[in-house]
Write a protein that binds this ligand. Structure first.
Ligand SMILES: [Zn+2]
Length: 723
């Protein structure tokens, strides 16, 4: 053996030894979660066929055969336990069998970590036994199915996790600590009232008051969930320090304060965070957004995303086409997460063999591509998300705020500008400095600390894009007399427009260089709709460009007979469209309108979206890499600095047209992906590439100068570029 080979061999032995010391979640990319279908709407002791074939042994074998690296097996749901519990009964169909015992024994033989899926929310059997643990609404009425997290339920759950830890499981997936998905809001039980008074020296508010008392009450709700999670995690670690804990997480859009989770506060209370994704509850586009959101909520830690086997919803007993599963899974892995596919068995516990064929094919491909995942993201734009704005500007209609954040994301994805997520709760100067450009998409509420942080970021050479109502609201959502960002924007706010059908126009005689550059791809002297909130500014230190035009208002508007959601045409100019302000070593580009909100709206025009991308390019003209590809193709760029290798992942989304839905016309869900797309893409690297290689033999790759031209025919491709 020559010395190099010897060193390589030694290195591999060391790496294997290190890998063996790592907990399962640090060395896994893909796993399965398996639970029975049938009792999600309530169980019955008469259903003896329910779960009768739900076998821990058969599931562990099927998971291993499909190349899963871990198995999450259901141990407890609202009505039933699937192991011998003293707290909750088993479904009669199981007879003497103990699914958890079977899974753990088989998992040990197969070298497959077994994680217990243990439901926490909606504990229907438990609440039937302990009605005093039920959450209570403001009128003192119990809220059916919801538990109070300050009740005796914590001790009950401690006993339940002890029971399951005794089987030798490798960890828990706890689903989940939430306080309901909408009204009525709780909990006004005697324990909560007493604790609130002890903490604040005053009674709880009598309902949703959106004042100082409600602020205290929201903190009190958040702390109830956090305390519960931390206490349960600590207990599990006391009993078995090697068992892992993760909580299902709903801190990201479209979820809001209602269910009692904040993006960061409730992501960090286990070993890693687990969130869900999928067309069924979110959208195809937000698959990648969810992954990056979970990363931002737990910087530096692994993060898990759960996707599902079914075409529409958990438990629907359908199986997605292979390419649809591949698209979602490789999107998640490209963004650096590890992923679990959720399989809900048949009513009797039978496993669909076609689904397992597809899991097997997908997971095998993951293993073949392993070395390409988990590297550092290369970002250009940070999308700033504010939980305070979600709570106090969004209030009971948070989707309006989310639309700006999601529209900014959509624009960056479609225009192939590499983006990441920044969260108000844990953002530091170092967080911001990962991004050459930061975007504030209608971040209405900014604290003095946040403004100071943004000032330092820009002062040190960062670039900021401000849209719509950013900085326009006070700490509890009240309208500020001036924007909190006045100095950064370099303009005085004159007024907000009451309309959302607002327009902008760049003139052919545009005098400012940034106005000319922003308008370079646009028809000039042409007003175009930028749906969303708008502000009239008067520049102080900023240079204005373009015109903001208010919409026409008709006699019908005055009589309240005009459909408010329908945009009207452009009327007269009322202020500048865009302002550019140099500040320290950096710059701030402010849109008087909301191209982010517009991009996610039903009245999205492509010029609006491209304007956001042009703004990024104006502020950051020489990116390390720029990408041209069809808008149906997403790109994720990563860097492996130790091996000096850039990677570009391409995800080709290829849903065929959908037909008219039977209800809610015209709102359609996409058809699952069947065919791989065929497309061209071009990479332009700032530093001339020495080599470049595509993973797929079918990909055509040509390198010339700073450019790499590709012709790809697949759902996922990864191009490696050493530097
Ligand atoms: Zn309570």
């Amino acid at each position: 053996m020559n010395q190099n080979l010897f060193l390589t061999a030694l290195l591999s032995v060391t790496l294997i030894a290190q890998a063996a010391d790592q907990p399962w979640f640090r060395q896994s990319l893909v796993g399965l979660e398996v639970g029975p279908t049938g009792s999600q709407f309530g169980g019955s002791t008469n259903d003896t066929r329910f779960a009768s074939r739900f076998s821990g042994r058969a599931i562990a074998r099927a998971a291993k055969a499909a190349h899963a690296e871990y198995l999450v097996i259901w141990t407890r749901e609202g009505d039933w336990a699937f192991y011998n519990s003293k707290l909750q009964p088993k479904p009669p169909g199981l007879g003497q069998r103990d699914v958890l015992r079977e899974a753990v024994e088989e998992g040990r033989k197969l070298g497959l970590p077994i994680i217990a899926y243990c439901q926490v929310q909606s504990p229907s059997y438990t609440l039937h036994e302990h009605p005093d643990w039920c959450a209570v609404d403001k009128d003192g009425k119990p809220i059916s199915g919801r538990v109070c997290y300050r009740s005796g339920y914590l001790d009950y759950m401690k006993t339940m996790v002890e029971e399951q830890l005794a089987y030798g499981i490798d960890g828990f997936h706890l689903d989940m600590v939430d306080q309901g998905f909408g009204p009525p809001y709780g909990c006004w039980c005697a324990t909560c009232q007493k604790e609130f008074r002890a903490q604040h020296g005053r009674p709880m508010p009598k309902g949703v008051t959106w004042d100082e008392d409600w602020d205290r009450f929201m903190e009190f709700r958040y702390s109830a969930s956090e305390r519960f999670e931390n206490a349960l995690t600590a207990h599990i670690r006391r009993v078995n320090p090697h068992a892992t804990v993760d909580y299902n997480y709903h801190g990201n859009p479209p979820f809001s304060w209602e269910l009692g989770q904040r993006p960061v506060q409730h992501a960090r209370n286990g070993d890693f965070v687990t969130g869900e994704t999928g067309v069924w509850g979110f959208s195809a586009l937000t698959v990648g957004l969810n992954a990056e959101f979970y990363r931002a909520a737990t910087p530096g830690a692994p993060f898990q995303i759960a996707m599902q086997r079914g075409v529409r919803m958990y438990h629907d007993q359908t199986t997605r086409p292979l390419n649809d599963l591949r698209w979602e899974l490789f999107t998640l892995l490209s963004h650096g997460g590890f992923a679990t596919i959720v399989d809900k068995t048949a009513f009797d516990g039978w496993l669909d063999p076609l689904a397992y064929d597809r899991f097997g094919a997908t997971f095998q491909e993951v293993h073949a591509k392993r070395e390409h995942f988990g590297h550092q993201p290369v970002y250009e734009v940070g999308l700033y998300f504010s939980s305070r704005t979600r709570d106090w500007q969004g209030r009971v209609t948070p989707a309006d705020y989310f639309q700006s954040f999601q529209g900014a994301h959509k624009a960056m994805v479609y225009e192939h500008v590499p983006w990441g997520v920044v969260l108000d709760e844990n953002a530091t100067l170092d967080t911001l400095k990962q991004f050459p450009v930061m975007m504030l998409p209608n971040v209405a509420i900014l604290s003095t600390n946040e403004v100071a942080l943004l000032r330092r970021y820009v002062d040190d050479g960062g670039h900021l894009i401000v849209t719509g109502l950013s900085g326009a609201r006070g700490w509890r959502g009240e309208t500020n007399s001036q924007s909190a960002l006045t100095e950064l924007i370099g303009a005085r706010r004159v007024r907000e427009l009451a309309s959302t059908d607002n327009w902008i126009r760049f003139s052919s005689s545009e005098r400012s260089p940034h106005g000319t550059r922003l308008a370079s791809d646009l028809r000039t002297d042409w007003p175009f709709l930028v749906r969303g909130p708008a502000v009239v500014y008067e520049p102080t230190t900023a240079t204005p460009a373009g015109d903001l035009l208010q919409p026409h208002r008709t006699a019908l508007h005055a009589e309240n007979r005009y459909l408010k959601d329908w945009p009207m045409s452009a009327d007269s100019p009322v202020g500048p469209a865009v302002l550019l302000n140099r500040f320290g070593k950096g710059s701030v580009l402010t849109f008087a309108v909301s191209p982010d909100w517009a991009t996610a709206s039903d009245h999205h025009i492509t010029e609006t979206r491209k304007l956001l991308a042009s703004a990024v390019r104006l502020l950051h003209p020489e990116p390390r890499i720029s990408i041209e590809a069809p808008i149906s193709v997403q790109a994720v760029v990563t860097d492996d600095p130790a091996n000096r290798t850039l990677r570009v992942h391409f995800l080709g989304y290829n849903a065929p047209p959908q037909t008219t839905p039977a209800k809610d016309r015209p709102y359609v869900l996409p058809v699952p992906i069947e065919d791989a797309p065929l497309y061209r893409a071009t990479l332009t690297l700032r530093d001339r590439p020495k080599r470049a290689k595509a993973f797929n033999p079918s990909t055509e790759l040509r390198r010339s100068g700073h450019k790499i031209r590709l012709r790809v025919e697949d759902i996922h491709e990864v191009v490696t570029v050493p530097y």
